[in-house]
Design a protein around this ligand. Sequence first.
Ligand code: MG
Ligand code: ZN
Length: 220
Amino acid sequence: MKIVAASKILRANDALAAENRQKLTQRGVLAINWMGSPGSGKTTLLEALARYWQGKRSVAVIQGDVAGSLDAQRMEALGLPVVQINTDGACHLDANMVAQALAALPLEKGSLLMIENVGNLVCTAGFDLGEHLRLVVLSVPEGDDKLVKYPAIFRSIHALVISKTDLLPQVSFRLERVQTDLQRLNPRAAVFCVSAMQGEGIQELAQWLEGHQLRESMPL
Ligand code: MG
Ligand code: ZN
């Protein structure tokens, strides 16, 4: 029997992730790892951002899902180059999967690469994909207790996007509680409140992302 320790797998992943990041940086491509629960609104937010950038920035997408290509079809409908990764049951993307996807994805110099991770707040946190920015999308119907319950992922991010804010009047979600929890876990992380359906906060988020283009990647 051969046993491989998880720490070894993660080390191998980190080395591959560093290669991905170097390749992307050389091409001036800003890569963003979008994480969040299933149903948090990641794809709908990416659609809204892609519409905002239409005609202004070139955007490409790597879509991670356990099965199917529903989200990739939505991105393709917007005219974006997209590669779908089917993880075949795995609950997160890893750097190797992203390396394969990059080989198949036409990337313009200076473009923005959106990597939508598999919906999951647990192990997505542990896998560096070679991105420059990590974000979590947390929708208000999910509840305001997620930072306390899944601290690791919130510690690892550059920004938290609170989504579906148009539903705030219908749910008991305390924005201040989330801000306080994030302040405790990760005081440097930015916070954005968005409603992709109503367009609230999209421009602010898009401009913040644009502001990171071609800058050095930030250490996590
Ligand atoms: Mg999705
Ligand atoms: Zn996983």
